[in-house]
Design a protein around this ligand. Structure first.
Ligand SMILES: C[S@@+](CC[C@H](N)C(=O)[O-])C[C@H]1O[C@@H](n2cnc3c(N)ncnc32)[C@H](O)[C@@H]1O
Length: 429
């Protein structure tokens, strides 16, 4: 599926532009906090759509939680924050950030709970009329499906591939309408949608950047560092909407559903560019190299892919007494014990082994294979550690190819990496 962020480590390292854009939303989140308290019958339900690793949203949503808690007459309403992203998202990193980062909304908060849901934001992700705030940081420009242009990375109006461009433009219009219709279902009357999303900028540096990124990725695919499929899903998956495109369904199909509170356009400047400009080092290749490395991290963060990681958690095989201890002690007034039954199951491969006739060596081999599947299934830590290492090796290789290409391109034409974005704030009528 197009639109998955890969390895969280890279996204976190390379997402300062997204973070800068999201800061524009903070005062609206604070305003939404007051409204959320008033309109939520009990629990305040919040969505974080396109959460990725949570590094950026966990901080922004902290501002929301603090505003709820600091507002007048706070009675400590429960808050549930549901992070929504695609199945290939780095959910492990999201959990680590939300649970243990000091920037997270969970740090120092009470009665705040987090959920995660692997689902597309083009679907309804919460019960009708249950959500006080739908937040999204730099995600709504991802499309549900698209065709890659033959000559460009983003869906650029200057493309010569007019037919594909027109088809994608129609898809993007359907996507935005669909996404808003789903939010109209979920939001409570008076609920807010606060979103930042990447947009198009008609400037020389932006156009050059787009061309450069395309070339670096094209090269990575040519050298086999990424597959053609990955290249295509990367190259085609975004639509950078114009102001008119953002507003179209809000002035037409959904004009009775939403009130537009703000549609502001802006852009961020990448910190690597600031460093590079300050250092004034156009001589030698150290400046361009640092710039290219920074850019490579940003661009790598949006490569479709998947990485998983898990800990080999310790296990404790309890005795009957240990299972029952708290039920007969501290919790005896909380639970009624309906059954406690101990038993064991026999692996199907063992039965087959015993019942089958034939060559002993073949039988033993089949048994071992069957068992190994079972052990493989219960040792996710080991399996995933292996996958993680492989993914790491591949990532390093991709970065090397891209870096080499970027260094050439950036040295020839040092360019500012900007993220043009729109801030969209709507209130459900
Ligand atoms: C650039 S990241 C933004 C992450 C984060 N919110 C931030 O502000 O930095 C975009 C995220 O949107 C997710 N995404 C793309 N299409 C999606 C969809 N249809 N449903 C849910 N998430 C989607 C991607 O997987 C990715 O994690």
């Amino acid at each position: 599926m197009p639109g998955q962020t890969s390895a969280g480590v890279d996204y976190d390292k390379g997402s300062s532009n997204q973070s800068a854009a999201n800061k524009a939303a903070v005062h609206w989140l604070q305003e939404a906090a007051a409204a959320s308290k008033a309109i939520s019958p009990g629990v305040i339900n919040i969505l974080d759509l396109g959460s990725a690793t949570g590094k950026n949203s966990a901080g922004e949503l902290k501002a929301f939680v603090e505003a709820v808690r600091q507002s007048e007459g706070d009675v400590g309403q429960d808050i549930i924050i549901t992070h929504v992203d695609t199945s290939g998202n780095d959910w492990n990193q999201l959990c680590r950030t939300v649970m243990s980062s000091p920037i997270s909304y969970l740090a120092g908060s009470e009665r705040v709970y987090s959920h995660a849901q692997a689902r597309s934001f083009f679907e309804q992700v919460a019960p009708a009329g249950s959500v006080a705030l739908a937040y999204s940081g730099i995600s709504f420009h991802w499309m549900s499906q698209s065709q890659p242009l033959s000559d460009c990375w983003v869906q650029h109006p200057d493309t010569k591939d007019r037919k594909t461009y027109a088809a994608n433009q129609q898809q993007a219009a359907r996507d935005w309408l669909q996404l808003l219709q789903m939010r109209a279902q979920e939001l409570l009357p008076g609920g807010y949608l606060v979103a930042t999303a990447a947009t198009l900028e008609d400037s020389e540096s932006f156009n050059h950047l787009v061309a450069m990124v395309y070339q670096a990725w094209r090269e990575a695919a040519k050298q086999g560092a990424i597959t053609e499929q990955e290249f295509k899903s990367f190259a085609g998956g975004h639509w950078l909407r114009s102001r008119e495109e953002w507003l179209a369904p809000l002035h037409k199909e959904l004009k009775d559903e939403f009130e537009v509170l703000e549609l502001q356009e802006g852009s961020t400047t990448d910190p690597h560019w600031v460093e590079y400009s300050k250092a004034g080092t156009c001589d030698g290749d150290e400046g361009p190299r640092a710039l290219a490395e920074g850019y490579a991290k940003f661009m790598f963060g949006v490569l479709a892919g998947q990485e998983c990681e898990s800990l080999v958690a310790g296990q404790w095989l309890r005795t009957r007494e240990e299972w029952l201890a708290p039920l007969q002690g501290e919790l005896k007034d909380h639970f009624e014990l309906l059954e406690f039954h101990e038993s064991s199951v026999t692996d199907a491969h063992w039965k087959i082994f015993q019942e089958s006739t034939g060559n002993d060596a073949d039988k033993a081999h089949a048994l071992a294979e069957g068992y190994s599947k079972f052990f493989f299934g219960i040792t996710p830590g080991l399996v995933n550690a292996h996958l993680t290492q492989r993914a790491q090796a591949e990532k390093d290789r991709i970065l090397e190819v891209m870096k080499a290409e970027y260094i050439g391109l950036v040295s020839a034409h040092p360019t500012e990496l900007r993220l043009p974005f729109a801030l969209i704030v709507l209130r459900r009528k």
